[in-house]
Ligand binder design. Structure first.
Ligand code: ATP
Length: 248
């Protein structure tokens, strides 16, 4: 076994990111072991997307380090390692769903039968098979999100980085997608997912609660609830948030 084979999927250490004088992320340390379904929960503007961008190497921290599978980020060769679903869909509107998938699949070096078969299974997973030949302009918001998720899954990455993947997706499909994420994690895929939906947070193996750029709690949903002495994640979030304010 090589040294990096023992390393966690994600290791974020002492990350700070400033925009102007404002610390949008403040000294965040976080480790996600391989095969974990990890949720980053926080209100709008708390820093979730910024942290996700630092993990993928799209953005650079002012201080601290990110490693994926033991490799320092950013690194071009690591692009093959993960599938990334951004908060806003990066889709070619005038192309069909399938053409978008062919384009992104070829960026990952997929072609021929392997690409066709991956497109088929990723599209089936998000229930888009019947819509693959329509132009993306004709897709609803939820369909675009589903296509983005299918694209993130195309090259069967061992890490999935998903920024609010279920926004605009109906409850039935949302449930199906979470079941699939769980199944992927069981197969050893590591998943980091941002959400501000409490019932989604409860489906994660572990959660990081983020508020004003600070990690205010970290643990399994049950442990976080217990530690806060409350009954729900929502109540725990409020409890940890007010403790932090009192400390400040
Ligand atoms: N490029 C930028 N320049 C200046 N400020 C930024 C930039 N990107 C993000 N911010 C600010 O950083 C803060 C955190 O933003 P971020 O997008 O990470 O939050 P979030 O938790 O993902 O929110 P949401 O759930 O609404 O997407 C916000 O106040 C945002 O306005």
């Amino acid at each position: 076994m090589t040294k990096s084979a023992e390393k966690p999927a994600i290791a974020v250490s002492r990350i700070t990111r400033k925009f102007g004088d404002r610390k949008v992320l403040d000294d965040i340390t976080l480790t996600v072991p391989r095969g974990e379904l990890f949720g980053l929960l926080g209100p709008s503007g708390s820093g979730k997307t910024t942290l996700i961008k630092l993990i993928t190497g799209i953005d650079l921290a002012d201080a601290g380090q990110v490693e994926l599978f033991g490799e320092p980020m950013p690194q071009l060769k690591m692009l093959q390692t993960f599938g990334y679903m951004a908060q806003s869909d990066a889709l070619y509107q005038e192309l069909t769903g399938k053409e978008n998938m062919v384009f992104y699949g070829s960026l990952y070096g997929l072609s021929g039968k392997a690409l066709a078969s991956r497109i088929q299974s990723a599209a089936a997973l998000v229930n888009l098979t019947e819509h693959l030949d329509k132009a993306v302009t004709a897709y609803s918001g939820g369909m675009k999100r589903r296509l983005s998720l299918a694209i993130a899954l195309l090259h069967e990455p061992r890490l999935l980085v998903l920024d609010e993947p279920t926004v605009g997706i109906d409850p039935v499909l949302r449930q199906a997608i979470w079941n699939e994420l769980r199944a992927l994690a069981q197969q050893g895929v590591t998943i980091i997912v941002t959400t501000h939906v409490m019932d989604e947070a409860e489906k994660c193996d572990r959660l990081g609660l983020i508020r004003d750029g600070k990690l205010i709690a970290l643990g399994t949903p049950e442990a976080i609830i217990e530690q806060a002495g409350v009954h729900t994640i929502e109540e725990a979030f409020i409890a940890f948030g007010s403790r932090k304010e009192a400390q400040a």
